[in-house]
Write a protein that binds this ligand. Structure first.
Ligand code: BGC
Length: 761
């Protein structure tokens, strides 16, 4: 570098840092951030805001990366030295081994350490159900199944293990959890959510964030979470991924915002934006959502990263920007801190031009770069850009897979058990059949070793499919396998029926193969008819049919399901899912999962459990709310009896707590776990209230004959809803509590002047 160069850098640094004056009384990390910021050129700052995919830095042969992937020195040097990039993401092809990740990350960080300011790269990955992009890692059930456990402590533990194994792969930033509300069963990413209920989603979201981050994300066993996809991604009108949503502000705040609000409170350091549009506004262009609500109201001060290529899509897909450059201007001015570009340096080039032209203020750039540098310091990346391989002896350990097994065992949900057909006896001859019986694709789903999970069977070798787990449980000689059908056509049906007639019981495994995002779009929620035919034909043999559903979303099975003797929802239960299911089928685990989503009866009746009263139907309208299985439903091999619901006072007023207690007794013969769900209904309100809402839950374990008094504390805030003015209020009036079959009403008497339509108080 010659003197003119140094002078130019100094001059630019001074000019562009006019607005970067450090405020007083800063924390030690903020002081470091400010010191670094004052040294940075505009180019270095904009580089920090640029995130590029790993594929762009790999050595290639023809147009394919060489296998195993290797960092191309020239490409990484260009990215780091010429474009000053701040972040890299993703994996190329399929999962890497820990050793391979070490080489890749070391090569990247070594180059970063040679850059002028030695700012480390922050590497991000989608470790959404365990570190699913490292071979030999612990894969947990997908979020929908984790929600079915109704056990936040178990979810926290899974988060902790995922953080450990992600750092063991030298990556400090996890693009998880999905905090979208799983309202539409059609949406191909519903399995990535914690289900349809806002309280369940926010509780599980906060729990997994605690697990990922602990108290200090700089710890070598912790990562920063990335709450996604802010906001309203999960409810496209068509059910198809990234298609338009119409969500009024009031409903956005009532149903979709609470999980993000709770995640900010839980300390999540980063957030990813919803790729699609709401009410005609792509969220990447929404200053209202990205700045006014997120920063102004929720007080989020971490990094906001775009989703994949989404600034470009403001032009290419959404057509709200006439040029790519305008798209960059709109997004950054709306509040984007980092662009997941991810294939080139266009964002970098345009943003520099825009700042120089005065179209993006320098204050906006400084604000973003501050946030990015702060998270890098918090993650301890400056001191330890690459972890120490020997620090992670528990990676992929037996201890960890037991937690995954426990999670699957607590998730899998028993929906029907006619005449106590389950558990089966281990001496029985069993036919195992169906397209999901012998593949790990239907246990892990998408985001497993590859984006779409198509190589699950190759990578999860050694893990048990449902078939293998049953064979291990009762011996090969007791098990006959016939596929019966593929996902959408019958296969060798005569042989299957003949095997059925010779068996004592039939386990028919139906459902879906792996998918995510638009690849998983469907035009019809009905399960393909071949699978329903298979079940119907098997039932005709007169042998008891145990239906197992291994699927990412509740596909309609109503007509055929009526013929099953037992029905089990397995969701996507992960690498230990086959074992967990076999434990339940043969009585080694007592099931305790409950549905975190409504299981619809009809493809055109997709109403969530917190429907409005008008949706309940009546004697003139038989088409009201009538799902196949309701949210919160799930059976056990023992019986739980609820009694003695009590409230601490008949009237609740401001500043007070209402204590609700209920006795739950195990009146059956087996030890078992029960999730006790507290629903409260606001009987009358100024806006139509939901029929009921989940306001608390607790999972307990009871031995036969044992009784437990479960206690919930409710404050007026827990009963609030978002009113016509988009304000969270609790209106005076009568409320109804429901726990199991126990009911009790109470009144809330407000000291505030909030209108009440009850006319009762
Ligand atoms: C998904 C995100 C994911 C990102 C990076 C996108 O296509 O929508 O959930 O984090 O890719 O892999």
């Amino acid at each position: 570098m010659n003197k003119t160069h140094i002078f130019t850098i100094l001059l630019i640094t001074i000019v562009f840092n006019i607005h970067a004056q450090p405020p007083k009384n800063l924390s030690p990390i903020n002081q470091k951030v400010e010191q670094l910021l004052t040294k940075m050129t505009l180019e270095e700052k904009v580089g920090q805001m640029t995130q590029v995919t790993i594929a762009e830095f790999l050595k290639t042969q023809g147009d394919k990366p060489v296998e195993p992937n290797q960092i191309d020195v020239d490409k990484i040097k260009e990215g780091i030295f010429k474009y000053h990039i701040g972040s890299i993401l993703n994996v190329s092809g399929g999962a890497y081994s820990r050793e391979h990740w070490f080489k890749i990350i070391s090569d990247i960080q070594q180059n970063a350490s040679q850059s002028r300011l030695k700012i480390p790269i922050i590497y991000g990955i989608d470790a959404i159900h365990g570190m699913n992009y490292t071979t030999g890692s612990t894969l947990f059930p997908q979020e929908i199944a984790m929600a079915a456990t109704f056990n936040p402590e178990l979810v926290r533990k899974a988060g902790e293990i995922t953080a450990y194994e992600t750092r063991a792969s030298y990556i400090p930033w996890n693009f998880s959890p999905v905090l979208d509300l799983g309202k539409s069963p059609l949406w191909p990413r519903i399995y990535e959510t914690f289900g349809e209920d806002p309280f369940l989603v926010k509780t599980m979201g906060a729990a997994i964030i605690k697990g990922y981050q602990g108290n200090n994300v700089g710890d070598k066993y912790k990562v920063t979470s990335c709450m996604k996809h802010y906001l309203g991604y999960s409810y496209p009108l068509s059910g198809k991924d990234r298609t338009p949503a119409w969500i009024p502000d009031r409903y956005m705040r009532e149903y979709f915002l609470p999980s993000f609000e709770a995640a900010v409170k839980a300390g999540s350091h980063t957030l990813m934006i919803n790729s699609s549009e709401i009410n005609g506004v792509p969220v990447h262009a929404s200053k209202y959502l990205l700045t006014d609500v997120l920063r102004g109201e929720l007080k989020f001060d971490g990094i906001v990263v775009t989703d994949w290529q989404d600034i470009k899509y403001l032009h290419d897909r959404h057509h709200i920007a006439a040029t790519q450059k305008e798209a960059v201007m709109i997004a950054v001015n709306a509040g984007v801190d980092m662009s997941m570009v991810p294939y080139d340096y266009s964002f970098y080039n345009y943003l520099i031009e825009l700042v120089k032209e005065g179209k993006v203020p320098m204050t906006r750039i400084n604000e973003s770069v501050r946030r990015i540098l702060k998270v890098k310091y918090q993650l301890n990346l400056f001191e330890t850009p690459v972890g120490n391989p020997s620090d992670y002896p528990k990676f992929g350990s037996e201890e960890y897979s037991k937690v995954s097994l426990q999670a699957a065992g607590e998730a899998i949900t028993l929906l029907k058990n006619s005449n106590g057909v389950l558990p089966l006896k281990k001496t029985m001859k069993v036919l195992v059949t169906g397209p999901t019986a012998n593949t790990m694709r239907s246990l892990n789903g998408g985001w497993s070793y590859t984006w779409q999970g198509e190589k699950n069977d190759e990578f999860a070798v050694g893990k048990n499919t449902i078939l293998k787990a049953i064979q291990q449980k009762i011996g090969h000689d007791n098990v006959v396998f016939e596929p019966g059908s593929t996902i959408d056509s019958l296969l060798n049906i005569d042989a299957t029926i003949s095997a059925a007639t010779k068996s004592d019981a039939i386990v028919v495994c139906l459902g879906e193969t792996s998918y995510t995002e638009n690849v998983g779009n469907i035009d019809d929620l009905n399960l393909p008819s071949a699978q329903l035919q298979l079940l119907t034909k098997l039932a005709k043999t007169g042998k008891p049919v145990i239906l197992v559903l291994a699927e990412g979303r509740p596909r309609i099975v109503t007509s055929a399901e009526a013929l099953s003797a037992a029905t089990i929802m397995a969701y996507l239960p992960g690498n230990e899912g086959g074992n967990a299911l076999a434990d339940i089928l043969f009585g080694d685990t007592n099931p305790s999962g409950k549905l975190p989503i409504t299981y619809p009866r009809y493809a055109n009746a997709l109403v969530n459990y917190y429907r409005k009263n008008i949706e309940n139907g009546n004697s003139d309208d038989e088409h009201g709310y009538n799902p196949l299985y309701e949210f919160g439903y799930g059976l056990s091999y023992t019986n739980f009896t609820y009694s003695n619901l009590k409230i601490s006072k008949p009237n609740l007023t401001d500043g007070q707590v209402l204590t609700i207690t209920v006795d739950v007794r195990n009146t059956g013969q087996l030890e078992g776990k029960e999730s006790v769900l507290l629903y409260i209904s606001d009987l009358y309100a100024s806006l139509t209230p939901d029929t009921k809402r989940l306001r608390g839950f607790e999972k307990i374990n009871l031995k036969p004959g044992e009784v437990c008094t479960v206690k919930f504390n409710i404050t007026p805030k827990d009963l609030a809803f978002v009113n016509e003015m988009s304000k969270l209020v609790t209106e005076a009036g009568e409320f109804k509590i429901q726990i199991g079959n126990q009911l009790q009403n109470f009144n809330y008497i407000s000291n505030h002047d909030i209108p009440s339509r009850t006319g009762k108080l």
